[in-house]
Write a protein that binds this ligand. Structure first.
Ligand code: SAM
Length: 189
């Protein structure tokens, strides 16, 4: 009887965990970390200033925000759907020497407004990139940067693409007054 209850408990927890993993997958991406070399490059090209607000959409173990907060006195906010990785990121953040603040929040970034972000990092599945491009266009303020690891946003024109040996390309987008026109051109509307 006890072994049945233990097996049922383990099974239920396993199903719960798998559901959460697949949920995150279908809402953006599975948990795969950006390589440390790319993390450093992404933070560098973001040109973050003190006092800015930085987002990571699907923050994983928090590595991008931790690096950003290490470099600058910025407020770094991450949204993460997978609770285990969120707990891990929260546990390791206090041990990292930093100048800024890191706030890691359980939540679906699609439901959050991007209007106060100066820099937005992401590493998401290609099928979500156009939707993210539209969200960025609609909500981000002029001058905000969107920095995507590995996958481009086809309906936005990048400011530049950084290609380095050993890592995937880094796509840098910047919201400006003309971005709307660019979307129309690219989509042929
Ligand atoms: C490819 S990983 C990238 C992690 C981290 N940003 C990095 O660069 O190392 C994507 C993360 O986004 C999370 N995720 C996917 N969809 C999400 C959503 N809609 N809201 C919040 N987090 C999401 C996943 O759980 C996963 O940990």
């Amino acid at each position: 009887m006890i072994s049945f209850l233990v097996s049922a408990f383990v099974l239920i927890n396993l199903i719960f965990l798998l559901t959460l993993i697949f949920f995150a997958w279908f809402r953006g991406a599975p948990t795969v970390f950006t390589p440390q070399k790319a993390v450093k490059k992404m933070v560098k090209v973001a040109e973050i200033n003190d006092g800015q607000i930085i987002y990571d959409l699907g923050s994983g173990d928090g590595r991008l925000l931790q690096e950003a907060a290490r470099k600058r006195k910025a407020l770094c906010i991450g949204y993460e759907l997978f609770p285990l990785i969120l707990i891990w990121s929260k546990l390791k953040t206090p041990f990292i020497k930093k100048r800024g603040r890191v706030k890691l929040i359980f939540g679906d970034f699609w439901t959050k407004n991007l209007n106060c972000a100066n820099v937005i990092f992401c590493f998401l599945m290609p099928q979500f990139m156009n939707q993210l491009g539209n969200k960025f266009q609609k909500e981000a303020k002029t001058g905000a940067k969107l920095i995507s690891y590995a996958f481009e946003i086809k309906n936005l024109k990048p400011k530049f693409v950084l290609k380095e040996k050993g890592i995937a390309p880094i796509f840098v987008y910047e919201k400006d007054m003309n971005n709307k026109n660019r979307i129309y051109q690219r989509e042929g509307l």
